[in-house]
Design a protein around this ligand. Structure first.
Ligand code: CTP
Length: 442
């Protein structure tokens, strides 16, 4: 019996896939189809795959052409599979010509002509693009953001509303976007906005966008008052819009996986979380905002793992004397019924930016900078049980955040990676700090 093997993502199964499988089948008597796992697609940079592995398997199965379906999970697996299943012919489309010649050491390699004019990427991007407008003056960040958005199918960053009136046109020109002098005018020409403005102005930008039926991705904290935050979510719901908080860490694989390990009890009972975020590179060294700038990020694991129902909290904060305004260093200590947590954030002090989640059986250690990590460890008393976890992170998580935002916009509902309760608890922290409640100055 002549065995043939082929591989692919087979996302949004199309005629090109069908033809490829038909011809592959004819090369032998038994066809094995390897379908890429969701994780493997991410690792190889395919972040836009629209269907889940289960859906993609179902479409290949439905053709009736595959005698066996396997999952492709790692680089080099093709060699293992060919040996394991005694494969005679490896085949793939001609877009891969030359790339798999090395498999010729194990079996015959056949490149089949690719069907012209169709691909999964094309189908994905033909769906009407979501037009996004930027709000704010963080031009160097916007440059990075625009670059990252090129990895996301179906998103078109078209416009910008620069906040400062004194903004030099050169900076805006560099971004090659339509620059609007009026926010209302920009709203008429976009489907969604990304707000990275001054903290105090975010609420108004969000409100206006939502009232006009536009979706919002906003830097955190989205506002500095818990009641206003609640109103914003209500407004989003009433207008069938998405309001999503842009804490990139929440959308990275490493962070998502470590919270799952805590949830399934790998650490035993979680008793303590310590998160530190510091970064002294500021645009304006005379205005520090350690808690506003870093608080949401550092609070994320605390509220997502221990919940938002803490019994008490204390801020310990330090303002450097002299010209500099704002908090240079702030620590927030939380007391829960059966746990404790502490976040340390600083724009005017330096520390080790790591994350430690301690439990009754083990702890998780995420090295600095933990908020954009690709790696963490699960550590036990007996090091023989320790586990190391690696997950690739491209573009600091911006592209994953955008993919999830677009998915929520497309589905017409937000299934928040950051629960609304968590966001509101963050706003409450900002509100109390601003009002000097539970604050000790050092
Ligand atoms: N294929 C083909 N003709 C096409 C598209 C794909 O013959 N028009 C083949 C590929 O060469 C590969 C298999 O179908 O052997 C699975 O390809 P896959 O990468 O899943 O499909 P694409 O449409 O190329 O996906 P994408 O646009 O996401 O790269």
């Amino acid at each position: 019996m002549k065995k043939v093997i082929t591989y692919g993502s087979f996302d949004l199964f199309h005629f090109g896939h069908q033809r490829l499988l038909e011809r592959a089948k004819k090369l032998g008597d038994y066809l094995i189809v390897g379908i890429t796992s969701d994780d493997y697609d991410r690792v190889r940079g395919k972040i836009n795959v629209a269907q889940s592995l289960g859906e993609r398997i179902a479409s290949v199965k439905a053709t009736g052409l595959a005698d066996m379906i396997i999952i492709e999970e790692y680089d080099g697996q093709k060699i293992d599979d060919i040996k394991k299943y005694n494969v005679d012919v490896f085949t793939i489309g001609s877009d891969w010509k030359g790339k798999f010649d090395y498999l010729g050491n194990y079996c015959k390699v056949v490149y089949l002509d690719r069907t012209e004019g169709i691909s999964s990427s094309k189908i994905r991007s033909e769906k009407r693009s979501t037009k996004l407008g930027l709000v704010g003056d963080s031009y160097s960040f916007f440059e990075k953001f625009i670059k990252e958005s090129k990895h996301v199918n179906g998103l078109d960053i078209t416009s910008i509303y620069p906040e400062k009136s004194e903004t030099t046109d050169d900076l805006v020109l560099k971004l090659k976007l339509n620059a609007y002098k009026s926010y209302d005018e920009m709203l008429k020409n976009v489907d969604a906005v990304y707000v990275k403005s001054d903290y105090n102005k975010r609420v108004n930008y969000i409100k206006k966008a939502l009232k006009n039926g536009k979706n919002v991705l906003c830097e955190s904290p989205i506002c500095l008052n818990v009641e206003k935050c609640r109103e914003l979510f209500k407004l989003a719901e009433n207008n069938n819009c998405v309001l999503m908080e842009a804490i990139r860490t929440a959308y990275t694989t490493a962070y998502k996986r470590l919270t799952l390990l805590a949830e399934i009890g790998k650490l035993g009972k979680v008793l303590s979380i310590e998160a530190t975020c510091t970064n002294m590179r500021r645009n304006d060294p005379n205005r520090l905002a350690s808690l506003y700038e870093w608080g949401p990020n550092a609070l994320l694991p605390v509220f997502q793992i221990l919940g938002t129902n803490y019994k008490s909290k204390t801020f310990i904060t330090h303002n450097v004397s002299g010209e500099v305004k704002g908090d240079a260093f702030t620590k927030v200590n939380f007391l829960y019924e059966h746990a404790t947590a502490s976040i340390t954030v600083a724009e005017g002090a330096k520390s080790e930016g790591d994350l430690v989640i301690s439990g009754t059986k083990a702890y998780i250690y995420v090295p600095a900078p933990w908020w954009k990590t690709e790696y963490f460890e699960l550590r036990y008393e007996d090091p023989a049980y320790n586990r190391r976890y690696f997950y690739q992170l491209d573009g600091e998580g911006i592209r994953y955040e955008l993919v999830e935002f677009l998915q929520a916009v497309k589905d017409g509902k937000d299934v928040p990676r950051i629960e609304h309760d968590t966001t509101m608890a963050m706003c409450k922290i900002m509100e109390d700090f601003k009002a000097n409640k539970d604050v000790v100055k050092i």
